[in-house]
Design a protein around this ligand. Structure first.
Ligand code: GUN
Length: 293
């Protein structure tokens, strides 16, 4: 069994990005600029955004945080999106989800200029990704593809089973794995809450991607000997052993599943750091495109 070390891989990617930023600046271009829009004070969103800003600093990007209280109106938030779309000093931006109930996430996502949509959530980017055309790809599936690529894991002709069909992770993951390419060319099954015989399907997986947000869902009896297991789960479970008062818990029971695997991601230190690195990759790509305008 080999660990898929997302932390070390993300560190290498960040070094590569930092090098490129240095070159861009030496060539007279400004550094890439990412803006994060944060509404309210949800603990998870606060810490995700703080990490995104810290990552930007580490690679030499400029970053800005725009904060709104929970009672911001949809129109105010739409105006913010339109302003960011027009701002030539901003290469890419994200509106951290979830948003308060009175704001339509769909409306906000649709308002973002696809060229600045470094989250890859806009239907134009999703559509282009689905056709194998250049697009911003959602950070977690893109990060997993990068991890698979850098560990030279064979996907062609393999049976990949994706647990979860969210717009952000499960569905794009299933599409990327099935597209022509390397990695890619996999035979993909998507399982969800209505799937029958889920355990049997999982047992057929050469590559099992667990993206349900259900701690401890994948047990050893669901995994084929020699499978590659990717754990996307990052549920915050209360813990009195950590300073923060919670610990990130995956969808896979690591201790019993790991001995059966050829490769497995740990939680934390697997998919999470790759997701963060992916947002930097997308922001760099957006900056390259706006520099060449
Ligand atoms: N909420 C949870 N994950 C994400 C993400 O990748 N982007 C945004 N904008 N919100 C999120």
């Amino acid at each position: 069994m080999q660990l898929l070390d997302g932390k070390a891989t993300a560190r290498s990617i960040k070094q590569e990005i930092a090098e490129e930023v240095k070159k861009m600046k030496a060539d007279g271009a400004r550094e890439p600029h990412l803006v994060a829009v944060l509404v309210g004070h949800d603990g998870g969103s606060e810490s995700y955004v703080a990490y995104k800003i810290k990552d930007c600093e580490e690679v030499g990007f400029k970053s800005s945080l725009i904060r709104y209280e929970d009672d911001v109106t949809e129109d105010e938030l739409l105006k913010c999106v339109h302003d960011l779309n027009k701002d030539d000093n901003v290469d890419g931006f994200i509106v951290q989800l979830p948003l308060p109930e009175h704001i339509s996430e769909e409306k906000i996502t649709l308002a973002i200029d696809p060229k600045k949509d470094v989250d890859g959530f806009h239907p134009q980017n999703v559509g282009q990704m689905t056709m194998g055309l250049p697009a911003f790809v959602s950070a977690t599936p893109q990060g997993i593809m990068e991890l698979i690529k850098r560990y030279h894991i064979e996907t062609s002709g393999k049976h990949a089973v994706v647990l979860g069909r969210s717009n952000i992770v499960g569905r794009p993951m299933s599409i990327l794995l099935s597209l022509k390419g390397d990695p890619g060319n996999a035979t993909v099954t998507v399982c969800h809450s209505r799937t029958q015989n889920l355990k049997e399907i999982c047992r057929q997986a050469d590559i099992l991607i667990a993206a349900l947000g259900h701690p401890g869902f994948v047990t050893a009896d669901m995994v084929k000997e020699g499978a590659v297991v990717i754990d996307v789960g990052t549920t915050r479970v209360p813990s009195d052993k950590t300073k923060s008062g919670f610990k990130l818990t995956g969808d896979v029971v690591f201790d019993e599943v790991a001995p059966k695997c050829s490769y497995i991601t740990p939680v934390p230190g697997g998919v999470g750091p790759m997701t963060r690195a992916s947002l930097l990759i997308n922001t760099l790509k957006a900056a390259r495109a706006s520099n060449s305008k």
